[in-house]
Design a protein around this ligand. Structure first.
Ligand code: HSE
Length: 311
């Protein structure tokens, strides 16, 4: 162990990506989660500080995603050391941008570095997923996997976990609109039906396959045609005031697809250049402002690195 303290950042993520409910996600450069993890002489895991979030995130180590992930990691190593965690939330919880996943990823990544990497990234997934589960009430990897690995990720299957990094057009930009209110993933998941007619399942599979093919071939028109979601978007659109108007305005302004980021309220749009992303962001913000007072815009290309040590 070179040092007993480390600071890492972990990226925000857009999950579901239109037709990829629970199976697709990508990382973006901004916002990020910042976390400091320290090994201490006093045994036990402690959350010392959470700043930047007013939602009352838990300090209880059985409920905090970062602490749960670290607890699982230490149990797996059969290590009884002290770990102190300070979290600076810049990805607002309940935004739909993978806030809980970023905490669940940043903590085990940081501790893994401090312990001289006993685990591979693939192995860290298990701990991060346990952390994510306490926040969202279910095991879904479409935020955790892109946050941990960076890039654009397909979760081909869950049992066993089969993580497929996808290539994507290097000029693909993403505009994210974040209307400033919170949606709990566990609540938004209750809106998803348990069964779907065969016709819809076939259409969803066609669109998911089309999106992947479009990404691999850098075929923007195919991406645009494939960005149709029959599962999450129709069920959750009502949670986001003005959603269909925002989407229509983004598409009219040249977006290559637009949908809800994760369980919302953030809405993302694919764009083919940074200029377009900025222009489309202004349009989306203008419409959303008619319904919600405060709106943030993030412009980013796809983050290919995942978490980074910054101190
Ligand atoms: N796939 C998940 C959902 C992502 O839509 O419920 C939310 O974090």
């Amino acid at each position: 162990m070179k040092s007993n303290s480390i600071k890492v950042i972990a990226p925000a993520t857009v999950s579901n990506v239109g037709p990829g409910f629970d199976i697709m996600g990508f990382a973006i450069n901004t916002p990020v989660e910042e976390m400091t993890v320290r090994i201490s002489d006093k045994p036990g895991i402690r959350i010392l500080k959470i700043s930047g979030d007013k939602s009352g995130l838990p300090f209880d180590i059985k409920k905090n995603t970062a602490a749960v992930a670290v607890t699982k990691m230490l149990a797996s190593l059969k290590l009884k050391i002290g770990v102190e965690i300070e979290i600076r939330k810049m990805i607002i919880s309940g935004s739909g941008l993978g806030s809980s996943a970023a905490s669940a990823v940043a903590a085990p990544v940081a501790l893994n570095e401090l312990l001289d990497r006993p685990f591979t990234k693939q192995e860290l997934m298990e701990f991060a997923l346990e952390g994510e589960k306490v926040a969202s009430g279910s095991i879904h990897a479409d935020n955790v996997a892109p946050c941990l690995f960076g890039g654009f990720i397909l979760i081909r299957g869950y049992k066993p976990m089969d993580i497929i990094p996808l290539s994507y057009p290097k000029k693909l930009f993403c505009t994210v609109l974040h209307p400033q209110f919170a949606i709990k993933t566990s609540d938004a998941r209750k809106l998803i039906r348990k069964n779907y007619p065969l016709k819809e399942v076939v259409a969803q599979a066609g669109n998911a396959g089309g999106l992947i093919a479009g990404l691999l071939k850098s075929d923007y028109d195919l991406i645009r045609r494939s960005m149709n979601d029959l599962i999450a978007e129709p069920a959750r659109a009502k949670l986001i005031p003005g959603f269909y108007k925002i989407k229509e305005a983004a598409l009219n302004a040249g977006a290559v697809g637009c949908s809800i980021s994760g369980s919302g309220p953030a809405v993302f749009a694919f764009c083919t250049s940074e200029n377009d992303a900025e222009k489309i962001g202004r349009v989306m913000k203008k419409i959303s402002s008619e319904f919600v007072k405060k709106n943030m815009i993030y412009i980013s290309n796809i983050n290919s690195t995942g978490p980074r040590v910054i101190g």
